[in-house]
Design a protein. Structure first.
Lengths: 333, 279
């Protein structure tokens, strides 16, 4: 390939083919390293293909970017779950450096009664079915999704906006964001909130779900909420919501999407006991992005908790630079 | 792509496919599963690794043809390939290292019990397997399990082995005494019945659950089950759990989430086969 850099002969493993991993791969292959991405799903892209809907990021763009990386020499092995198929110590033995960017992981539920009724989804499951598995084409595609007529999405982040807009585009008569604070406190980007409003998404603010209601066949029929009011600012600087006594109300719905965040996936870290974690199970890194294991770097949501594609890409770029410098000073294996 | 090297019809609707997957064959442990996606556009479905041949680099998948996705899988012949197989997933079975175990397999669940019995046998544990099916032709993995210990067979109609359910035979085995742990895999009503049998005897009982899954890595939470009052994800916390603590009603209910979708997909599939668009 014209202009391809001289090979350094150094091999780098990247865990996860999402925004952080893809960005790091692009930078590292430019420096002449031999880069292999290990992706757990059947397709690279991470949240760009399973999470972010087509109307915000056409899959064609992701495919083009991935294709460009492959042309530049990046190898991608799909269906490899690090922590199960291989462990980090096994990768470390085969590669000169490792970059862990396996994403956020397990969805958090609210812990309210009725959360296991049929029709309650995590945002991860709802969006994965629709985006990665093309459930919007069912039965032409094989993976189904429940098409709610009245969908309630719980949460105030970008993922909640994506879920609510997806529900609307799948034909829901009403798609409502249920959030316990107000628009000012919403973690979603203002633009996403505005776009949701333009598409007819309803906003039920200062409302906190206390129970998912169901019929005798255990299908979702509604959401019981209490009204909240904002009190003094909490540790994060946001005014913390408290319930107003005797303010319970019920909204009818047939699908509930829970978009209140994720916690660290334990699969990888459980099989690498030497990797230092914080109390939430996220990987601890130094200023360069290196973990407690020499030559093993990490970035994106597995370090930050649930953050954004942009921050993950920044981590990927920074880690690539740090890996470059690390390899320049590290002895060849 | 994963080449299919052998296809065996085990019972009228249960098929074994031996598939090339060397890394999984090398490291799989009892109780683990894979997620299979037959081809582009197909569902991701979890299947237990029923057996593995390290030398050949193959794993055995045992599939009950119930819906469109499973019918399409069992229609694959040797020489054809499965596009995606990811794994091994799930926690390995907690195997005891001494004593005697009772392994109960109902229908296709017998294929899931097999690797557990393999692991127990490898640990030097005495294995009694109780397996059953509707009639003789529905009994699977008998020969394989006989290599690992004693096997007692029953059929609903009495056409082979004892007439009755696996729980009837299991009751006798338990009454004979000396069983340290029970592993039971089969349809939800069967596992529930086994647990009802073992609970008063206070015998540790492990069941393997088969909820709906998408990614199999903990990301979606679709496979959540209730164990001892807590929500657990079968893909990362299981698939095996303490049967005495499992909420089987919830499992059974959630397994019905897509029943109408499955019927629609299946009727379209059958119609396409009938008019010759598919074989």
């Amino acid at each position: 390939m014209p202009g391809s850099p001289p090979s350094t002969g150094r091999r780098i493993a990247i865990v996860g083919g999402g925004p952080a991993g893809l960005t790091a791969a692009g930078e590292l292959v430019k420096s002449g390293h031999d880069v292999t991405i290990f992706e757990a799903l059947h397709q690279p892209g991470g949240v760009l293909v399973y999470g972010i809907p087509e109307f915000r990021l056409p899959k064609k763009i992701v495919d083009q970017e991935v294709g460009r990386l492959q042309q530049a020499g990046v190898k991608i092995e799909c269906n490899v779950v690090i922590g199960r198929t291989y462990t980090i110590p096994e990768l470390r033995a085969r590669f000169d450096a490792v970059f862990i960017a396996n994403g956020a992981g397990l969805p958090v539920f609210m812990g309210v009664p009725g959360e296991n009724l049929k029709g309650v989804y995590s945002a991860n499951e709802y969006l994965t079915r629709v985006n990665l598995m093309a459930a919007y084409e069912f039965p032409q595609s094989d993976t189904p999704v429940l098409l709610g007529k009245r969908v309630a999405v719980i949460g105030g982040g970008n993922v909640a906006m994506d879920s609510a807009r997806t529900a609307r585009r799948l034909g829901a008569d009403t798609s409502t964001i249920v959030y316990r604070r107000t628009r000012q406190e919403m973690p979603a980007r203002a633009e996403e909130v505005r776009h949701a409003g333009q598409e007819g998404i309803r906003f039920e603010m200062l409302a906190a779900p206390v129970e998912v209601l169901g019929n005798p066949q255990r299908w979702v029929t509604g959401l019981k909420c209490v009204r909240m009011q904002l009190g003094a600012p909490d540790a994060s600087g946001r005014r913390s919501p408290t319930p107003i006594p005797d303010s319970a109300f019920t909204m009818e719905c047939d699908v509930v999407v829970v978009a209140v965040g994720t916690r660290a996936n334990p699969l990888l870290t459980a099989t690498c006991p030497d990797l230092k974690l914080d109390r939430r199970g996220n990987i601890v890194v130094d200023a360069t992005g290196m973990t407690s294991l020499p030559g093993v770097f990490a970035g994106g949501d597995i370090v930050r908790g649930a953050a954004t594609v942009i921050l993950a890409m920044g981590d990927g770029k920074r880690a690539a630079g740090a890996i470059d410098r690390y390899l320049a000073s590290a002895p060849r294996q | 792509m994963h080449l299919i090297t052998a296809r065996t019809q085990l019972s009228p609707n249960v098929t074994r496919l031996d598939v090339v997957a060397p890394r999984i064959a090398e490291i799989r442990q009892s109780g683990q599963f894979v997620i299979v996606r037959r081809a582009a556009g197909a569902e991701r479905i979890p299947l237990t690794i029923a057996d593995a041949d390290r030398a050949k680099g193959t794993i055995a998948l045992v599939i009950q043809a119930v819906g469109k996705s499973t019918r399409e899988l069992v229609a694959l012949q040797p020489g054809a390939s499965i596009q995606d197989i990811s794994g091994p997933l799930g926690r390995p079975t907690e195997l005891i290292s001494a004593g005697r175990a009772l392994c109960i397999g109902g229908g296709v669940g017998t294929a899931v019990v097999h690797p557990i019995a393999q692991g127990l046998h490898g640990n030097g544990v005495g294995v009694v397997s109780v397996i059953g099916g509707r009639s003789r032709e529905w009994v699977i993995f008998e020969e394989e399990l006989r290599r690992l210990g004693e096997v007692r067979v029953c059929t609903d109609d009495g056409s082979y082995g004892r007439k009755g359910f696996v729980t009837d035979v299991a009751r006798d085995v338990l009454a004979e005494g000396g069983i340290d742990v029970v592993y039971a895999v089969g349809p939800v009503p069967m596992m529930r019945a086994v647990v009802n049998l073992t609970r008063p005897l206070n015998v540790r009982t492990v069941v393997s659950l088969n909820p709906v899954m998408v990614d199999g890595t903990g990301m979606c939470g679709g496979c959540r089950v209730n164990v001892g009052g807590e929500t657990r994800f079968a893909c990362v916390d299981g698939p095996e759990f303490d049967g005495l603590l499992v909420d089987f009603d919830l499992l059974s209910d959630r397994l019905g989430t897509y029943r109408s979708h499955e019927q629609l997909a299946l009727s379209r599939h059958d119609e396409a086969c009938r008019i010759g668009l598919k074989s």
